[in-house]
Write a protein that binds this ligand. Sequence first.
Ligand SMILES: [Zn+2]
Length: 61
Amino acid sequence: MGEILKFKARRASERHRGNTLCRNGHHLWKVEKEPVFDVKQGKLVSRYCCKRCGKTKVRAD
Ligand SMILES: [Zn+2]
């Protein structure tokens, strides 16, 4: 029981730290989709999603 409570407390603090990083612009980007060819930009773009806060961005490779 004690171990479970400790685990939960650690998870909560990790989440809090993650949100602080996100607020400071340090997102945990992960590729959400395979790169697609953007006709307007004339190049491949990848779509990223932050694992912590869910923010998305598109970046040209
Ligand atoms: Zn984020």
